[in-house]
Design a protein around this ligand. Structure first.
Ligand code: MG
Length: 121
């Protein structure tokens, strides 16, 4: 029986980032255009479209999860490509979001700065 790959601490950001770095290294993304940011934005848009199709076509949740994973892997790889620390950026942004107000816009909650937007009466 084939054994599953060892994912180390699969809940850790560091393990996920290391796995994506290994993927980039395996296919030599850096030397072959795989870390070009414009190309990566196009790939992320493609995956976002696949996520949208899952929702609008009523695909099963497992397929939605797979497409979200595709996008997450691309996001982690874009952090590698741009040499930015997405772990730090995530927590910085999360703290900011937690401090922001929420409003209902067209029947849906929206958390934003609402700069220059009047409070609804
Ligand atoms: Mg996909």
């Amino acid at each position: 029986m084939p054994s599953s790959p060892d994912h180390g601490d699969s809940d850790s950001y560091a393990a996920m980032l290391a796995a994506v770095q290994s993927f980039h290294d395996k296919h030599n993304f850096k030397a072959r255009g795989g870390e070009d940011l414009v190309y990566r934005v196009a790939l992320m848009a493609e995956e976002l479209g696949e996520i949208g199709a899952c929702v609008t076509k009523g695909k099963p949740p497992e397929q939605l999860a797979e497409e979200c994973a595709d996008l997450l892997i691309l996001l982690l790889g874009t952090g590698i490509s741009a040499n930015v620390d997405l772990n730090a950026a995530f927590w910085r942004k999360m703290d900011e979001l937690m401090a922001r107000p929420a409003r209902e816009v067209n029947g849906r909650v929206r958390v934003s700065r609402f700069d220059g937007v009047k409070e609804p009466t």
